[in-house]
Write a protein that binds this ligand. Structure first.
Ligand SMILES: Cc1ncc(COP(=O)(O)O)c(C=O)c1O
Length: 461
């Protein structure tokens, strides 16, 4: 056994991993990457089919990103953002706000830096809660969020999430929040869409937006206690890989606005072009009050995250020192120069070679290739939104019943795909293809083929 494998087996604890099985297994040891490809210690080459857990945008060893880090390393890697600033993070904050607000002069908004998606969400939740108190809106304490929502693993982020698998063990630590029906057509209890094979549920839907009605009822029931609604816009990721009917977000944003409820968008997964727009909110011209960003913010190179706050929320924190209105939250690596330098370079690529037009072009190829999966009897739904594609496996197509949890059907398909040169990770029994934006037509075709063959091996036709 190689040193890396042996030391891993003896000394490391992996995230979201049953370590008994892991320690008995034979892990893939990644040693190199280039573009959309990764190479392991045995020389096998794989397509990075989930963009290294949804972080990588432009591929590995992208010259512009490597150079940005090298140039910053030649100056300084990290200095504290407490009581100091630096010459990189503020520039990035401005460029980020320009991209987010689609305005050259994004006045009023502020960027709060942290390290990961969870910390971006955590900061947002605390910011909202404290702002309500400091505005004298002390009754407004209730957070709303979607069923099957996933916002990260810190306690505040878990509290606004609703996943029995991820959060079940920690219920006793979490604060109560109101769970609202998710707008997921395929598993909608009112299901009027009845998607047929090959027909996108969102297109054939003939419903009365019951999912919007449910949000309205929940907000009205809470009345003046409603503080904020936390949403993964357009695509819910780790909790269910569900894709929302277009128009839901704008309708819900309007409901929130009309009731003085703040809208917090978790764009940790959807941000930076993943859905085919720079931010998912842009598809529906929604202007939220708070946005959490992470993952792709550095193009997938370094841990950096940002929480964007509206002028209204930021203003609630201004006061005299003794008034204790300070946002009492921070992280050692806030505003990290290396992270911000590569994030700036990544943004430049998103405005240049990997423009939204390019991403949408790649997405169209991915969506076309994904249609093949409808042919398998255990595929209940095929959903695509930008560079995200999910194939939902079911035990029975007609009833949409799921495979037993313990069978780990999706996991076994992804394991089998490795032998065909594809690395990806499922969400339950949802197979996910979410490659970097640099992926070629040929690589996309091979990835779809690898997943199809793996599916056939685990669930023979
Ligand atoms: C929508 C969303 N929010 C938050 C997070 C948490 O991000 P991180 O794993 O960087 O803490 C994730 C991670 O998958 C996510 O998909």
């Amino acid at each position: 056994m190689s040193d890396a494998k042996e030391h891993d087996r003896r000394h490391v604890w992996h995230p979201f991993t049953q370590m008994r099985a892991w320690d008995a297994g034979d892990p893939v040891v990644i040693v190199e990457g280039e573009g959309a490809l990764l190479r392991d210690a045995e020389g096998r080459v794989y397509l990075d089919g989930n963009s290294s857990i949804w972080t990588n945008l432009h591929g590995h060893r992208r010259a512009e990103l490597d150079d940005a880090i090298r140039a910053q390393l030649g100056r300084v890697a990290h200095t504290s953002f407490l009581g100091l600033t630096n010459d990189v993070a503020p520039e990035f904050a401005r460029e980020l706000l320009q991209a987010f607000t689609r305005s050259d002069e994004p006045e009023g908004w502020r960027v709060f830096f942290s390290d990961d998606g969870s910390t971006a969400v955590e900061a947002g939740v605390k910011m909202i809660h404290q702002a309500r108190q400091q505005r004298g809106e002390t009754e407004r304490t209730v957070f709303f969020s979607l069923a099957a929502g996933y916002h990260g693993d810190t306690v505040g982020a878990m509290s606004v999430g609703h996943s029995a698998v991820f959060h079940g063990a920690y219920r006793g630590l979490m604060f109560p929040t109101r769970e609202v029906m998710q707008p997921a057509c395929y598993r909608c209890p009112h299901n009027r869409a009845q998607p047929e094979r090959g027909v996108d549920a969102r297109v054939s839907r003939k419903c009365a937006w019951e999912c919007v009605g449910e949000v309205e009822r929940a907000l009205d029931a809470a009345g003046g206690t409603a503080s904020a609604f936390v949403v993964e816009p357009r695509v819910q990721g780790a909790g269910s890989m569900s894709m929302h009917p277009h128009g839901w977000l704008a309708r819900v944003a309007e409901l929130c606005r009309a009731r003085g409820v703040w809208l917090m968008l978790d764009e940790v997964m959807t941000g930076f072009g993943r859905t085919g727009a720079m931010f998912a909110a842009h598809h529906e011209d929604v202007v939220p009050d708070v946005v959490a960003l992470g993952k792709g913010i550095t193009g997938g190179y370094l841990p950096l995250a940002a929480t964007i706050a509206s002028a209204e929320i930021f203003a609630a924190f201004l006061g005299e020192f003794a008034e204790m209105k300070t946002f009492f939250h921070g992280h050692s690596y806030s505003g990290n120069q290396l992270g911000c330098a590569v994030a700036r370079a990544s943004l430049r690529l998103l405005h240049g070679g990997h423009s939204m037009e390019h991403v949408r072009g790649r997405a169209a190829v991915l969506e076309k290739l994904a249609q093949r999966f409808w042919r398998h009897p255990n595929v209940g739904d095929v959903r695509c939104e930008g560079m995200i594609c999910a194939v939902e496996l079911v035990e029975d197509f007609a009833t949409r019943s799921r495979f037993p949890f313990a069978q780990r059907t999706g996991h076994r398909v992804c394991e089998a795909a490795r032998a065909h040169g594809l690395l990806t990770r499922c969400v339950g029994d949802m197979l996910v293809l979410m490659p970097p934006y640099c992926v070629t037509d040929d690589q996309l075709a091979k990835a779809a083929d690898a997943l199809w063959r793996a599916l056939g091996e685990i669930l023979p036709l």
